[in-house]
Design a protein around this ligand. Sequence first.
Ligand code: FAD
Length: 309
Amino acid sequence: MASFFSRSSRALTYVTGAALLGAEATYYASRPRIQLDSAQNAPTPALSFPSSMPFPKQLTVLSTEQVNHDTKKITFSLPGGDSQVSGVPFGSAILTSHWPKNGWFPVFRPYTPISAPDDRGVLQLLVKQYPNGRASSYLHSLTPGSTLSVRGPIPAYTWQRSTTPRELVLIAGGAGITPIYSMARGILSDPKDQTRLQLFWGVNSTRDIVLKKELEELEQQYSSRLQVTYCVSGSEKADLSEPGKYKKGYISSEGLKEAITRAKAGSWGDAKGTKVFICGPPAMQEAIAGKKGWLGGEYGLVKKEIHAF
Ligand SMILES: Cc1cc2nc3c(=O)[nH]c(=O)nc-3n(C[C@H](O)[C@H](O)[C@H](O)COP(=O)(O)OP(=O)(O)OC[C@H]3O[C@@H](n4cnc5c(N)ncnc54)[C@H](O)[C@@H]3O)c2cc1C
């Protein structure tokens, strides 16, 4: 998938979004359906986002919560209530659309749900508001009872569980945490999957950290499989005292050395050979995973070993 942050790829996504849906519908129709809840032979809840969805669905806002200075968590109820799950595969995004007042065209934007694919009755988005951001400002203006037009899902990465221990490195920058968090939770919640994750998240300041409680809970629940490190680049004099939890500065080759050494000592990479998942601003992705990035230079990784959202 195109870079999460890249402007040109974003533009392409928006302009061609509606047209792509037709092609996507054909592609999705040929894919096997997600199996949920089959273990107990319980009836499989209808998916709100089945694999073919040519027409938008209207989701109703249940609640909104301002989680930090620029980010809101928005909880939507699914059309079929608790009898439904979203079914949006972890790591994948949905496409929102709205007509701006006095606008000639609708605004399409992708967002990665932070709710799990099998959460009943709800879908949650975590939306960072950009100054004059057309979609993010609109989403921030929604209140309980408002509706939002949503299509999808947009496929991201088809994960294959590993029943033998494997190591992965996940790297997020700023708002790029949503697909990385979604992947991490999806991988960890499969008890048969033995993949170990080392997650590095770069933020400007500690006030930009969202999903902290959720990440801490995952770390406690899967202590042998997840380790999260926050890299804080700004000049704040915050108390970054938890050793090993916070690093001062940008995510750097030096900062990741320990993690990569540990990953290399084990079986680094998933079943398809992907060793690093990354989602962040273009400058960060270029420095780390671009043509001249240090993952390739210092660690010899080739393009197919890095998945950029
Ligand atoms: C697959 C995918 C999943 C995504 N998931 C999420 C998610 O879960 N949560 C989330 O908050 N966002 C997510 N995004 C980003 C989201 O789709 C929008 O790009 C973002 O909300 C900005 O849209 P806007 O219409 O508000 O801003 P625009 O109207 O497009 O831009 C307004 C201003 O903000 C600046 N701007 C816009 N986007 C960015 C950016 N990413 N970084 C820096 N400056 C920017 C622009 O340069 C411009 O100055 C995702 C993107 C992709 C491709």
